[in-house]
Design a protein around this ligand. Structure first.
Ligand code: ADP
Length: 509
């Protein structure tokens, strides 16, 4: 695989590390950087070394309360929601420009914090974030209602308008911290909402840079607030806060369910982008030169810590051996290492807890009768002995009912199943045999079968012959079944931050 030239200026790394070690990152509330009211901070660990390299403010209920009140005040003042949409769009695009101008700092921070390869931090983090801001800035001027003709006797003018839902709590996970935070913020802001963003405790650092850039871009104070802290304290306080109108959550299905319960107090609107166990279906007639690398990178990319990862492979038995050999070949050739090493293609898992979880699933699969086709062990990386590295892993002899086949692992572990007949209903039923319904990939040269499978698979996203990259801000993203509620991105994503108002005007004098 040839790599494009490194776009990140790595010469700033020593000063960035020094700065991170020198002072804890703060909360960003009402346009100002502040410590947690308790004065508490928590350690941030570099997953490539297992060592603490920074601290972040441990925000809790008191800080969330201050941030929510700032967002509430700003929303109720109309200073953001009432600003002409074109001006809102300009401020959002200014933020996109600032993000690009700070690309190296953000990408390096993301890699230190999450472990992802620097190229991914740059393209999948920084550039994807500026794209989503630009895309959603465009929606600020395009959110509209409809007109209707009521069936009552007489003459009426009736229309709907879309109004911002209000104060949003955005809760994001650790796998793509920067772009996920920015995407939630961009959609909420385009709709006219104000937001309190809570990054994951494993990866709080890149959003601190976001706070700086938000301040510089010219948003009214309190329109965007960032509270770092733990899920059980800061996250829980945000979902329970009576002045929050909507929670937009991305994370695990287990936490998503807790959030639904916690939101009942004031019946907050809730959108959930949760887990997946997405099928990758390779038919006998597939172009294997496309299918094999797509299937491999669909599970090994970002060390499998991707909600839409293709973690269940269904391959036609006539091409099984070739496909497995191809995926195993990629698994063995992938350079596993620190994300800062420009040669690295797969970084570490995010934390020791995640390492334990992923290895636990591999062990349970073996105990239930699965075999390891390739990988399965801790990966040794010279100079990074304390890092949470795992080998890209392919399991065979896996079948429905095994824990590793049923549950989301969130690691670079592929389960493989074969099918022998070409009956689409049978193949689709096997693919649909999961509590999840986020993503699916189908590889075939027969476009009829590809499209028929797209109809039969119950998931929020389907790609035929490869998705071609990460999520596109224009394409709705979300899941059927226990993969979530609602959609992010596209028109649907922005509209999820609005309420519809129906207005009827009686013209009968
Ligand atoms: P993981 O289990 O991989 O850490 P989670 O879904 O628990 O993933 O975490 C995603 C985000 O949800 C993080 O920002 C985390 O702090 C937050 N979170 C965790 N538990 C809660 C909770 N009970 N209420 C609100 N937010 C939470």
């Amino acid at each position: 695989m040839s790599m494009p030239p490194m776009p990140v200026d790595t010469s700033i790394l020593p000063s960035l590390k020094e700065d991170l070690a020198a002072r804890p990152r703060q909360l960003f509330i009402n346009g100002e950087f502040v410590d947690a009211q308790s004065g508490e901070t928590f350690d941030v660990i570099d997953p490539a070394t297992g060592k603490v390299f920074a601290q972040s403010a441990a925000g809790d209920a008191a800080d969330v309360d201050a941030a929510v009140k700032a967002a509430r005040k700003r929303f109720d003042s109309g200073a953001w929601s009432g600003m002409p949409p074109a001006r809102r769009a300009r401020i959002m695009t200014k933020l996109a420009d600032l993000i690009e101008a700070n690309a190296s700092r953000i990408a390096l921070t993301e890699t230190l914090d999450n472990g992802m390869p620097l190229m991914m931090g740059y393209f999948g983090g920084v550039m994807a974030a500026s794209e989503t801001l630009r895309y959603n800035a465009g929606w600020a001027t395009k959110i509209n209602g409809e007109t209707f003709t009521p069936s009552h006797p007489g003459e009426f003018h009736a229309y709907t308008s879309r109004e911002p839902v209000g104060v949003v709590g955005g809760i994001v996970p650790w796998n793509f911290p920067f772009v996920m935070g920015v995407a939630k913020m961009a959609q909420a802001l385009a709709a006219g909402c104000t937001i309190v963003l809570k990054p994951a405790e494993q990866t709080p650092l890149s959003t601190a840079i976001l706070g700086e850039l938000v301040a510089e871009a010219g948003f009214p104070e309190g329109a965007v607030n960032i509270v770092t802290g733990f899920g059980k304290t800061a996250g829980a306080a945000l979902v329970e806060h009576p002045l929050v109108d909507k929670i937009s959550f991305t994370g695990s299905t287990v936490t998503g369910k807790q959030i639904v319960h916690a939101c009942t107090g004031n019946l907050k609107r809730v959108t959930l982008e949760l887990g997946g166990k997405s099928p990758v279906i390779i038919f006998a007639d597939a172009d294997l030169s496309k299918a094999i690398p797509s299937a491999a990178m669909g599970i090994f990319g970002n060390a499998g810590q991707v909600c839409a990862a293709g973690s269940r492979l269904f391959v036609h038995e006539s091409v099984r051996d070739e496909v497995l050999a191809g995926i195993a070949g990629i698994a063995k050739s992938l350079k596993v290492g620190s994300g800062l090493d420009p040669a690295t293609q797969m970084g570490p898992l995010v934390s020791d807890a995640q390492f334990a979880r992923v290895t636990g699933y591999i062990e349970s699969a073996l105990a239930e009768g699965a075999s390891i086709h390739t990988g399965g062990e801790k990966a040794s990386v010279e100079g990074s002995e304390g890092g949470y590295f795992i080998q890209p892993t392919v399991l065979t002899d896996t079948r429905p009912g095994m824990k590793a086949v049923e549950e989301e692992i969130f690691g670079p572990v592929l389960s493989t199943m074969t099918f022998g007949d070409d009956d689409l209903e049978t193949v689709a039923a096997a693919a649909n045999n999961t509590q999840y319904g986020l993503n699916a990939s189908v590889f075939t040269r027969n476009i009829y079968n590809g499209l028929k499978m797209a109809k039969r698979i119950r998931s929020g996203m389907v790609n035929i012959n490869g998705a071609g990259g990460g999520p596109d801000p224009a394409m709705p993203l979300g899941g059927f079944k226990q993969s979530g509620w609602g959609r992010e991105n596209g028109r649907a994503g922005v509209e999820a931050f609005t309420e519809i108002k129906s207005v009827t005007v009686n013209l009968n004098e």
